[in-house]
Design a protein around this ligand. Structure first.
Ligand code: HPA
Length: 258
């Protein structure tokens, strides 16, 4: 049976129900293990981005294998969670923010499926990096559940695993970023290269470096995650109760061959 929907769980989001089975998917980029959960009769693939037990740091995640594995299973719609720092004084720890655009501050990660194999040069159109239809459905579902979600987060992805300096955060703010994390690039790009609908919700776990006079602590991050991960998972599962169809969605046609 083919699976159409997937949740990629980031830091702190390691499950979304009791797995019905475990899938080991072999791809040209490596093997990926993920859970399949059943929610109101719907099968949903659940992939822990950092591996089970949070063992893979952000810069070493095999993003290409993860996305390819989901595509091979038949997945067309992905909802991802990502722990983030906030650069916007209105986005507080414990808040959820839908991501609408990104800035790429990563260095040297394998970040494309279009490596010139078969003598082909291809480019992906990122005018709408995150699926606008999934984003609207996410906002509507959250509202129906009475869960507040901020919209229009601009996510700057850093290489990590270190956190940023205050000067870097000041620069990112000037560039227009409101969230900082270490994983959404290349994940969102690879999803688009495969023609998949992808949306991401940021779980604000700290104010970014230098935003406040108090230091960032692990305890603060843990508490904030504890406070928002169940809300994020509830919205994802509720959204996926409805059938998703990709007809008329531009995500499936974003690749340009020149
Ligand atoms: N910086 C980068 N990544 C993060 C942060 C941060 O402040 N918080 C959670 N992930």
């Amino acid at each position: 049976m083919s699976l159409h929907k997937a949740i990629i769980g980031g830091t702190g989001v390691y499950e979304s129900g009791t797995p019905e089975r475990v899938e080991r998917v072999s791809t040209p980029y490596g093997t990926v293990e993920l859970d399949v959960v059943r929610h109101h009769g719907e099968e949903i693939a659940f992939l822990a981005r950092h591996g089970k037990g949070h063992s893979v740091p952000p810069h070493r995640i095999n993003y290409r294998a993860n996305l390819k594995a989901l595509q091979q299973l038949g997945v067309t719609h992905i909802l991802a969670t990502a722990a983030v720092g906030s650069l916007n004084p209105e986005f507080r720890p414990g808040d959820l923010v839908l991501v609408s655009d990104f800035l790429d501050g990563t260095r040297g990660r394998p970040s494309t499926f279009f490596d010139g194999e078969h003598g082909e040069v291809r480019h992906v159109n990122l005018e709408e990096p995150y699926c606008p239809r999934l984003n609207s459905r996410f906002a509507e579902t959250a509202e129906a559940l009475g869960i507040p979600v901020h919209g229009r987060g601009v996510y700057v992805c850093t290489e990590g695993p270190r956190f940023e300096t205050p000067a870097e955060i000041r620069m990112f703010r000037q560039w227009g970023a409101s969230l900082v994390g270490m994983t959404n690039v290349p994940e969102v790009v690879l999803a688009k290269e495969l023609g998949l609908c992808y949306a991401a919700v940021g779980l604000v776990v700290n104010m970014a470096s230098g935003m406040e006079s108090t230091p960032i602590t692990l305890e603060e991050i843990r508490q904030a995650l504890e406070g928002c991960r169940d809300r994020a998972t509830r919205i994802c599962l509720e959204l996926f109760r409805a059938p998703q169809d990709q007809q008329h969605c531009a995500c499936a046609h974003a690749v340009m061959g020149l």
